[in-house]
Structure formats: structure tokens, C-alpha cells
Design a protein around this ligand. Structure first.
Ligand SMILES: *Cc1c(COP(=O)(O)O)cnc(C)c1O
Length: 427
């Protein structure tokens, strides 16, 4: 990890050109890499030497961008994946196998909930979901002897709850397992979970990191802090020889700093191949170069919108962790004193019909399932992503029929509020 401030890391980390080399990171658009002898290549296959042989596993462009995100988070190793979904799947599946168990926050991204609750259950991995603000006793009771990880989101999408990272890390460590945090909404500009005891961070880089709605992608970063060998009985995949690599034991050969990402690349990326394209990695890096400039504007606009809506006679509630009086404001102040994210959710006194009318009249805010884009976008979950649910099911999922999620972009706050104002006038 470099000693530069986060603003400098966003711009400069991950790639330093030598004399006469390109200033911008090169896009290595090649599936394969050439070697002089079979022995040279053999060393790569045995993980005896580091280098590239096939882009299904690793690509130099991807690694430069992963190195930047690694430095931004303050980690020791990182890898890019084709999506945020792939990042969360790999991060958990790298340490939990059939017969294992994971404790997860209940307020996580719907796609991640489905991945855990439906698809990974089919693979024989069980999950216990706990409320992010559950009591210490409830959290404690969720653990089992076969628990291998704890998972949560810094700021949950779309619930906007804030994870008490320190408390969840302490509970995980008391049971000899790592805390995995999806840091998509906060980004390392606003929160670096490793500083609070988290062990592994994941990202959907599709969101603020890309920031321009250009490319789907994900990232996994290891803090290097978790001592796998101290809990060797729980993590045989890292702490006993891997037959598919001539008996290498990742935790001893690569240490705490490198074992997790090396295994994730050498086994999971080899076998599943959810690699990010080098083109998308290049676009992601362009996004990262301005992340530290964009995040404060997203937060500033969201706070202005939240304050405006809070006192509006047609609005029944506003949820935004950056807003004073919000249930998660104190945790947000602790973990994200410089800002949270650009997403605000709110409801209408006029119920579902009012929300639908409001959406119809927005001009600047586009209706999209996407969030965390430079352009403001808006979603009414009850008539889009959650339209198969009836009103009762919606409430159980924490989404009232009148809820609207607004992802504030980096336009002028006055224009955003004027757009909201004219749409509200139609309600
Ligand atoms: C969008 C999102 C994901 C999934 O990422 P994709 O890039 O769409 O696969 C995971 N976690 C969070 C918090 C997200 O917002």
C-alpha cells in the first residue's frame, strides 16, 4: 500500500509507466501470451513463477486496475471479476463449500440475496440472515460450528442501512472467520472497511467506480489481515495442499497477504472464468481517475434532495443515512464522516398512485434499474424490480408500495430539485 492520500491513489495508483512507455494504461487485448520454452510456461502453471498465460485467469490490464483498487482500499491483493455478482460469489465460495454456513446481513442487494438464498443453497451452502441492527445476542446466535464467513454491505442497496463494521468484525473474529463487506455504495473514497476490522472487500464496479453506466464489473480485495493458518481446520482449501497445483498450500506459499486472491484466481477464475474484459477494465480505470471528485458531488446533491423532500407536505418519509435524524445517521457519521452515497429513498402520503404519477413527470431523472451513475436515475420498485410482489410481500421485503429510489447524479442540485418540484406538483 502506498502512503498517498485517497485522491492521489484514485488518479495514480496501479500503473507507473517506465521511460517512453504509454501514459495511459495499455489495453492488452490478447487471449494468450507467448513463451520461449515449455519449461517457462510450466513454471506459471505450477504457480512457481508469476506471469500471464491465458486471459480467462489473468490479464495485465485487469491487474493494473485491480492494483489501483487494492491500494485505494489499503489491501494486499485484488482481482477484477466480470460483475459484482461474480465478485460476491467468488469471495464466499473461495472459503465456503458444500456443508458450510455463512452469516449475512438481511438488508443486502436483491441480486446478492438471491445468489445466497437460492443459488448457493442449491450448492449446499447454508445462510443465516440477521438484521444489521440486531442485538449482540442475536448476532451471536446466528453462528454455527460450520460458519465460514460473515457478510454485509457498508451501505445496503436499496435499504440504505449502515453496517456496524467494527461490531460485525468482532463477532466474526470471535468465531475465527473473516468479515466480507460489499463496499459498492460507499466506495473507498468514503469508507475503507479494512480500517474497521473487515478482512475482505467486494465491489460492483458497475456503480460509482465506473460511474458512467459504461461497463459491468466487479472486484475483490484482500486486507491480508486474516490469519488462515491460525484457523486451518476451518479453511482446508487454503491451508491444505491443492492437488490441482501439485500440492501447493496457498496459505504457506503465499502467506496471509496473497493466499486468498491467489486461490480465487488459480481455482475459481480458472474453473468459472468470470473475468472482466481488458476493454472494460480500461473504462473502469477512467472512472476511477475521477471517483474522488465525483463522490462528494453525489453526496452533496443527495443531501440537498433529502433535505428538500424531508419537509415537503406530499412526502411521508425520507431515508438517507447522511441526513440528520436518519436511523443510521450516527453509524454513517462514524464510518463515513465525509459523505455516504448519492442514493435517497422516499415515500408518498398519496401511496402507490402518487409514486407512479411522480415518476411519470420527472424530466431529468431517468427511469432505470441502475444506480450510482453520473446521470440522475430513478426507480419505483413496486412497479419495476419488485412488480411480482403484492403489497404485503413488498412490506415484508422492506419496500413499501409508495417507495421511490432516487440515485442522485452529479448535475446541479438546483436543477435536480426543480425537476422533483415540478413532478411533485403533478401529484
Ligand atoms: C449492483 C450491486 C451488486 C451486483 O453487481 P453487478 O455488477 O450488477 O453484478 C452487488 N452489490 C451491490 C451493493 C450492488 O449495488
Amino acid at each position: 500500500m502506498s502512503n498517498y492520500k485517497i485522491n492521489t491513489k484514485c488518479v495514480q495508483s496501479g500503473y507507473t509507466p517506465g521511460n517512453g512507455e504509454p501514459r495511459q494504461i495499455p489495453i492488452i487485448q490478447s487471449t494468450t501470451f507467448k513463451y520461449a520454452t515449455s519449461e517457462d510456461m510450466g513454471k506459471l502453471f505450477d504457480l512457481e513463477a508469476s506471469g500471464y498465460f491465458y486471459t480467462r485467469l489473468q490479464n495485465p490490464t485487469n491487474d493494473m486496475v485491480a492494483a489501483k483498487i487494492c491500494d485505494m482500499e489499503g489491501g494486499t491483493a485484488a482481482m477484477l471479476t466480470s460483475s459484482g455478482q461474480a465478485a460476491n460469489f467468488y469471495a464466499i465460495f473461495n472459503i465456503a463449500n458444500c456443508g458450510d454456513h455463512v452469516v449475512a446481513s438481511s438488508t443486502i442487494y436483491g441480486g446478492t440475496y438471491n445468489l445466497f438464498h437460492v443459488t448457493m443453497r442449491k450448492m449446499g451452502i447454508d445462510f443465516t440472515f440477521v438484521e444489521p441492527d440486531c442485538s449482540d445476542e442475536e448476532l451471536e446466535a446466528a453462528f454455527r460450528p460450520n460458519t465460514k464467513a460473515v457478510f454485509g454491505e457498508t451501505i445496503a442497496n436499496p435499504a440504505l442501512t449502515v453496517l456496524d463494521i467494527e461490531r460485525f468484525a468482532k463477532a466474526a473474529h470471535a468465531h475465527g472467520v473473516p468479515l466480507v463487506v460489499d463496499n459498492t455504495f460507499a466506495t473507498p473514497v468514503n469508507c475503507r472497511p479494512f480500517e474497521w476490522g473487515c478482512d475482505i472487500v467486494t465491489h460492483s464496479t458497475t456503480k460509482y467506480m465506473d460511474g458512467h453506466g459504461a461497463g459491468v464489473g466487479g472486484c475483490i480485495v484482500d486486507s491480508g489481515n486474516f490469519d488462515w493458518m491460525a484457523h486451518a481446520d476451518k479453511f482446508p482449501g487454503l491451508c491444505t495442499p491443492d492437488d490441482s497445483y501439485h500440492g501447493i498450500t496457498y496459505a504457506t506459499k503465499f502467506g496471509n497477504a496473497g493466499a486468498f486472491i491467489t486461490k480465487c484466481t488459480a481455482q475459481l477464475m480458472r474453473d468459472f472464468g468470470s473475468i472482466q474484459s481488458p476493454q472494460n477494465a480500461f473504462l473502469l480505470n477512467l472512472g476511477l481517475e475521477s471517483l474522488h471528485v465525483r463522490m462528494p458531488r453525489h453526496c452533496e446533491n443527495a443531501l440537498a434532495v433529502a433535505k428538500y423532500l424531508k419537509d415537503h407536505p406530499k412526502i411521508s418519509f425520507v431515508t438517507y443515512p447522511g441526513l440528520e435524524g436518519d436511523k443510521y445517521h450516527a453509524l454513517a457519521q462514524k464510518y463515513m464522516p465525509n459523505g455516504t452515497c448519492g442514493v435517497v429513498s422516499f415515500g408518498f402520503k398519496g401511496g402507490r398512485a402518487a409514486a407512479e404519477t411522480f415518476m411519470k413527470h420527472l424530466k431529468l431523472a431517468a427511469i432505470e434499474t441502475h444506480v450510482a451513475d453520473a446521470r440522475t436515475c430513478c426507480l419505483h420498485p413496486a412497479s419495476a424490480t419488485h412488480r411480482q410482489m403484492n403489497d404485503q410481500e413488498l412490506v415484508a421485503a422492506g419496500i413499501t408500495p409508495d417507495l421511490v429510489r432516487l440515485s442522485c447524479g452529479i448535475e446541479d442540485a438546483e436543477d435536480l430539485i426543480a425537476d422533483i418540484e415540478q413532478a411533485l406538483a403533478q401529484v
